[in-house]
Ligand binder design. Structure first.
Ligand SMILES: Nc1ncnc2c1ncn2[C@@H]1O[C@H](COP(=O)(O)OP(=O)(O)OP(=O)(O)O)[C@@H](O)[C@H]1O
Length: 405
């Protein structure tokens, strides 16, 4: 292989991974995907992306391979589109003298305890929180904070393991479940600590920032507690000017405090009667198809702009549209074997629907877990009118149903 290359250290297994590979090519660079289990990425073959099997947890081995690649080709950048690997990718980019985000910033951000301490020290409003390493410590932390509390792993994403606990028994039980886990979804060892937080009440929003600028605010629809499954998003969120200003301001302070102004960040918060309170800052672009909503609503392609940063170019955040986009996720109301998915043609025919995707087929076993895995499809709408985008998405979703055996 010769010419310009970009290394992807693992990737998202869903849509975004493929889009990043295409974006690299649009910038004149051939993507090279490094993966421990190449089988996770069927899209790589479909896109004719070179895939190298290597233990991606072994940073020294990855560095050696990349140094070789830098001798054989013009290595322009190294990144990861997977939450689990962005820290390692940032470290490797630094070692190779390639553009990349602050390693310290990502390190702080990816540990929810460190992140919480950093935000509090910077005077950014966060919920009162305590950490625990045993179920007993968790019960005592819950007493100090006052029930109910939200419990979550210190490292994690996709709402996996995040739960509202209303009694001390629930706290001890859920703590025991989380603390018994030793590996995350990718088989990477995890720190066996949990974070307990006071429940923040109010509608949820996320702020999509890029290179220290607010790209927009997303309105989130989250399931009822005790679990918090993201069920939909509206971009831009319906907010009055004062609330939008307060939300943008706290997110900008949070990402600056965490040193995340190089590329994309995604800040989740709830708007309480006393103002916005940060739930969590992610040192990466939003998931859940939010970048696609942003693109449809504003014309800003966050995937392309991040790829430009990775290969050392300036991002261009100029808007060329002022539209609205919404997404609703399809979640079955109980577990079972998927016998049929109904109403698909009718939902597709709803005005403003621009995408309807189903991730599962008949025969799939639905085992509701209370996190993002519960979502089996989505419907997306785009319109020049905010209310129309939202109403069409709600209506199209209402037409979908499953038969479970
Ligand atoms: N202290 C809290 N008060 C109210 N809601 C909370 C609190 N902590 C978490 N949540 C809810 O749980 C969701 C997931 O929490 P959190 O973002 O900390 O976990 P995560 O696994 O990193 O999820 P994601 O990858 O979706 O950001 C939040 O979006 C929010 O709806």
């Amino acid at each position: 292989m010769t010419g310009r290359t970009v290394v992807f250290l693992e990737s998202n297994t869903t849509g975004t991974g493929r889009l990043f590979m295409r974006a690299a090519r649009a910038e004149g660079c051939e993507p090279v995907l490094l993966a421990t289990r190449p089988g996770l990425y069927p899209f790589a073959e479909e896109e004719s992306v070179r895939i190298v099997e290597i233990d991606t947890a072994d940073e020294a081995a990855v560095l050696e391979l990349c140094e070789q690649l830098a001798r054989d080709t013009e290595l322009k950048g190294l990144t990861s589109t997977s939450d689990y690997y962005i820290l390692s990718a940032a470290r490797l980019a630094g070692r190779l003298g390639l553009p990349g985000p602050s390693v310290a910033g990502i390190e702080t951000c990816r540990d929810k305890q460190l992140q919480h301490e950093a935000l509090r020290a910077a005077g950014v409003r966060v919920p009162a929180s305590l950490v625990a390493g045993t179920p007993d410590e968790a019960a005592s932390a819950a007493r100090q904070l006052g029930l109910p509390v939200v419990i979550k792993p210190v490292g994690g994403s996709g709402s996996v393991g995040v739960r509202l606990c209303r009694t001390e028994d629930e706290v001890a039980q859920h703590a025991a479940v989380l603390l018994s886990r030793t590996l995350n979804e990718r088989g990477i060892p995890i720190r066996r600590m949990i974070l307990l937080q006071q429940l923040v009440q109010g509608p949820e929003y996320s702020v999509e920032t890029f290179a220290g600028e607010v790209v927009g605010i997303t309105g989130k629809h989250v399931s009822d507690p005790p679990v918090f499954v993201e069920l939909g998003h509206d971009f831009p969120a319906a907010l009055d000017e004062a609330d939008a200003r307060a939300i943008a301001a706290i997110a900008l302070r949070a990402v600056a405090a965490l040193d995340l102004n190089w590329g994309a960040a995604h800040t989740e918060l709830r708007l309480t009667p006393g103002g916005p309170v940060i739930i969590e800052v992610n040192s990466r672009m939003a998931g859940g198809f939010i970048p696609e909503l942003v693109r449809r609503a504003t014309g800003i392609d966050l995937i392309r702009e991040l790829t430009r940063r990775v290969v050392g170019k300036e991002a261009r955040l100029g808007r060329n549209a002022a539209g609205h986009a919404s997404i609703r996720f399809f979640v079955p109301d109980r577990s079972g074997t998927l016998a049929a998915l109904n109403g698909v043609a009718e939902a597709r025919a709803v005005p403003d629907v621009c995408d309807l995707s189903l991730y599962r087929e008949p025969g799939f076993t639905v085992a509701l877990a209370g996190d993002f895995h519960d979502r089996i499809g989505h419907v997306m709408t785009a319109s020049h009118d905010a209310a129309a985008a939202r109403a069409s998405a709600d209506h199209a979703l209402s037409l979908l149903s499953v038969a479970l055996a």
